[in-house]
Design a protein around this ligand. Sequence first.
Ligand SMILES: Cc1cc2nc3c(=O)[nH]c(=O)nc-3n(C[C@H](O)[C@H](O)[C@H](O)COP(=O)(O)OP(=O)(O)OC[C@H]3O[C@@H](n4cnc5c(N)ncnc54)[C@H](O)[C@@H]3O)c2cc1C
Length: 473
Amino acid sequence: MTTVKTINGGETTLSQDDLNALGAATRGAIMAPGDPGYDESRTIWNGMIDRNPGLVVRCIGAADVVACVNFARERELEMCIRGGGHNIAGLAVSDGAMMLDMTHMKGVHVNAEGRVAHCQAGCTLGDVDRDTQLHGMAAVLGFVSNTGITGLTLGGGFGYMTRRYGWTSDNVRSFEIVTADGKLRRASDTEDSELFWGLRGGGGNFGVVTEIEYDLYPVGPEIIGGAIAWPYDNAGEVLELFREVNESAPPELACVAAIRPAPPAPWLPPEIHGKLIAALFVCDTGPIDEAEKRVAEIKSFGNPVGDVVIRRPYVAQQSLIDATQPNGRRYYWKSEYLPGVEQGFLSEFMKHAEGTKSPHSAMLIFPLHGALSNLPEDHSAVGNRGTGMVFNIAASWEDPAHDDQNIKWARDAWSDLKTYSTGGTYINFLTEEEGDDRIQDAYGGNYERLIDIKTQYDPDNFFRTNKNIAPRS
Ligand SMILES: Cc1cc2nc3c(=O)[nH]c(=O)nc-3n(C[C@H](O)[C@H](O)[C@H](O)COP(=O)(O)OP(=O)(O)OC[C@H]3O[C@@H](n4cnc5c(N)ncnc54)[C@H](O)[C@@H]3O)c2cc1C
């Protein structure tokens, strides 16, 4: 017997017969609190999140997902869905709920001729890159290899190739999904096309995704990329360089700016560890000889304290900053979209970076402008196609006693910097306390259409442990 939370705020006790019925309908492990594997499933990237689902099912395939959705719906159980577990708000885990742990669904099938990869929903970015790179191809994914593909893609998704090819979700051909009625569907431009529109940005609101079909592009296996850092005294000039490069370089070159205390990485001299640096993360996915010329301007700028912008495997680039984001540390973010980076913004940005409270925290600016701006605002739910950049104030620390000071630092910085915002924000970077008004900011003019799709596919708001779009009553 185990007790699970219901969608109306109550709870229900599942009998051994209930659990036997669920067990007979699924192949994956079923775990109650205290069972082996339960803690592994409920533990996610952000150490601030410590929640205990009432029941966990480790799905092995789409049939398991169908069985779980039917089981939960019939009993009105609250369901949460765990992909890569990298959501800052901890949306993968809800106290008392029935959790679907998708992390064992990791199949990747590449059709090189058709330039497409079919990826099961439990893959991380690294799982997909590993297999697509066997064919010298890549999907448009994000910057940290152990992030889950599904949460990232459902919220939009951006990475080093975004300026070339747009949002990750612009490069999805179809989703396989189990909706609240327990039906397995394929959503694409030609099947359930309105659902497909909503899935490209609308988060986990419409069902449990079981597979994503991505467009692939020839990339690598080697590219020019890496990190380069300067002493903080040069931060103003480095951010100016960042701005110039993003204005003038072709979309093959991605350049991300970061100000943070230097981590104890081997490519940085020990005497600078812990001191503020201005760094650029660079990745040029164009032909190697052209890429080398393009990064030359960056590499010859001033006197870097470390420079590992070199010819390297694309998969190495994709895990370049993994070590700065370990599982289990405490994290809190604040973020906004920007039209571009103006001088006033950069000065404020530096002022707040100087006040960081932890050696692990960073302030980052990512470029978005390029291919995503070439599509109409209502091309898909993610929208925000006039955005030039996105900044993230990423507080990260170890000791729970330091929660308040780190959260305050991020909030104060955001409070000043949000004057420069487009008014939009990235749904995938929203924290736990950011609710309806911020969700509406994230979707702008696409919000009402998302409510219509939610009302059609999930009228009872069965899928609610997400940045929720409530159906019309
Ligand atoms: C270290 C780090 C680096 C990041 N880098 C980037 C980046 O480069 N680019 C970028 O765009 N974003 C990035 N993000 C943000 C990231 O896109 C979001 O955190 C995203 O939610 C992570 O997806 P996940 O599957 O790992 O998360 P989870 O926490 O497992 O899930 C997040 C949400 O997605 C839903 N979901 C997950 N799987 C399914 C499914 N199968 N069906 C339906 N709903 C599902 C969950 O229910 C939950 O609501 C990063 C996050 C972290 C922590």
